[in-house]
Design a protein around this ligand. Structure first.
Ligand code: SF4
Length: 52
């Protein structure tokens, strides 16, 4: 899969990770939150994640 140089990512457990380099291979991703009032980066999630 071709890396998307606009989306850096270090989550190599994800099916969409480029593996050889720390990039996502999707054209776009969706970022969301599991919090009702997100206040720091730990509150954010990649909702496009899929376990490989
Ligand atoms: S879908 Fe999200 S978690 Fe998966 S490689 Fe792309 S940016 Fe990373």
């Amino acid at each position: 899969m071709e890396k998307n140089t606009s989306i850096e990512c270090s989550i190599s457990n994800c099916a969409y990770h480029a593996q050889a380099v720390d990039y996502c291979t999707l054209d776009k991703i969706k970022v969301g939150t599991h919090e009702s009032n997100p206040t720091k980066k730990e509150c954010t999630d990649c909702e496009s994640f899929s376990m490989k």
